[in-house]
Design a protein around this ligand. Structure first.
Ligand code: NCD
Length: 307
C-alpha cells in the first residue's frame, strides 16, 4: 500500500506517468466516470480549506466514487481529544482512501503509520503539500511544455508556505531549474530547504528582497500568501503581510511568456487587475488540481486506466 506524504514519495518517472494520466483525464473526462465505482474517499480536514478539500471531493465524484469526512477539527472527535492515529484507524473501516489536512507538521506521516488505507497529505502545518505540487507541476508543464530549463521565482512567505517547500523539493529533480527566492528576511525558506534540498542537489538559487529586480529573468512567478495562522504574534504578521503586491505595473517588467501561479487563497498579494493578464495562470491551476487528484486517487487505489 502506498501513501502520498511528500512529493518525493513518487519518482520523477512516476510523476511523469501521473501527469500523463491527469492530462488524459483532462481531455477525456467522461471516460473516467466509473473508474472508482464503489470506492469511498474520506476527507479529514482539521484546518480550513476550499480548493483542496472540494477538489478532492470533486475528483472522487468525477471518478464515480463517493465521499465522506469532516471539514474542521471542531466537528470531529479531535475536539474530544482523539489522536490522529485512532481517527485514521476508525476511518480505515469506512473508506478506501483518505486525504488529510492538519495544522501539525508530520501528522499525515503519523496517520499513515496507523492506517490500513492509502493516506494523502493534503497539507501538514508549514511542512509539505504534495498534491498542490502535482497541481503546480501539471500547470507549468501544460503552459510551457516542460519542467526543466527554467527560472522559477517564489515570492512571499517562503518560511511557512508548505506549497513552496513541496514545489522546491519536487523541482530540484529536473535539469537546469534555477530558483529566485523572493522574501523579506523574516520569511526566508527554512534552513533544511536551503541546505538539504537546494545545496544538496547543487541547484543554482539566490535569495533576494526585491520582486521588481527579480521579475525580468523569471519564467514562472509563484506568488504566495503570508500565512497569518502560523505567526506567533499579530504585530509581525501586520508588518509583513503586504511585503509584496503584484500589480499591472510590475507585470510590465516580466517576460511576455512568464506565467504567474498562486496556490490560492489570495489575500492582496496579487492585485485583481492582474487577473485579466494572459500570463495569470492561478485559476487554470485550480482546474488542473482536480485532474491531478483524480489521477492520484486512481494510482493509489491501483485502478486500471479505462480504455
Ligand atoms: C495553500 C495551503 O493550504 O497551503 N492553499 C491550497 O491548498 N491551495 C496555500 C495557502 O493557504 O496559502
Amino acid at each position: 500500500m502506498r501513501h502520498m506524504l511528500n512529493p518525493l514519495d513518487f519518482s520523477v518517472a512516476e510523476i511523469d506517468q501521473l501527469l500523463d494520466l491527469a492530462s488524459d483525464i483532462e481531455h477525456h473526462l467522461p471516460k473516467y466516470a466509473h473508474a472508482c465505482d464503489g470506492k469511498i474517499l474520506a476527507t479529514l480536514f482539521y484546518e480550513p480549506s476550499t480548493r483542496t478539500r472540494l477538489s478532492f471531493e470533486s475528483a472522487m465524484l468525477h471518478l464515480g466514487g463517493r465521499v465522506l469526512g469532516f471539514s474542521s477539527a471542531d466537528s470531529s472527535s479531535a475536539a474530544k481529544g482523539e489522536s490522529v492515529a485512532d481517527t485514521i484507524r476508525t476511518v480505515s473501516c469506512y473508506a478506501d482512501i483518505a486525504a488529510m489536512r492538519h495544522p501539525k507538521e508530520g501528522s499525515a506521516l503519523v496517520a499513515s503509520m496507523a492506517s490500513r488505507i492509502p493516506v494523502i497529505n493534503a497539507g501538514d502545518g508549514g511542512h509539505q503539500h504534495p498534491t498542490q505540487t502535482l497541481t503546480d507541476l501539471m500547470t507549468i508543464h501544460s503552459l510551457t511544455g516542460r519542467l526543466d530549463n527554467m527560472t522559477v521565482g517564489l515570492c512571499g512567505d517562503l518560511k511557512f508556505g508548505r506549497t513552496v517547500h513541496s514545489l522546491i523539493e519536487a523541482m530540484v529533480r529536473y535539469p537546469n531549474v534555477k530558483f529566485v527566492l523572493i522574501a523579506p528576511d523574516e520569511l526566508k525558506v527554512p534552513s533544511y530547504i536551503r541546505e538539504d534540498v537546494l545545496r544538496a542537489h547543487n541547484v543554482e538559487f539566490k535569495e533576494v528582497g526585491s520582486l521588481e529586480a527579480a521579475l525580468p529573468e523569471l519564467d514562472i512567478l509563484y506568488m504566495t500568501r503570508v500565512q497569518k495562522e502560523r505567526f506567533f504574534n499579530e504585530e509581525d504578521y501586520i508588518r509583513l503581510k503586504d511585503s509584496y503586491i503584484l500589480d499591472k505595473a510590475k507585470m510590465k517588467l516580466a517576460k511576455e511568456n512568464m506565467f504567474v501561479l498562486h496556490p490560492l487563497p489570495r489575500v492582496n498579494e496579487i492585485s485583481t487587475e492582474v487577473d485579466s493578464d494572459p500570463r495569470a495562470a492561478y485559476f487554470k491551476q485550480v482546474q488542473y488540481g482536480m485532474y491531478v487528484r483524480m489521477a492520484l486517487i486512481m494510482t493509489l487505489l491501483e485502478v486500471e486506466r479505462p480504455c
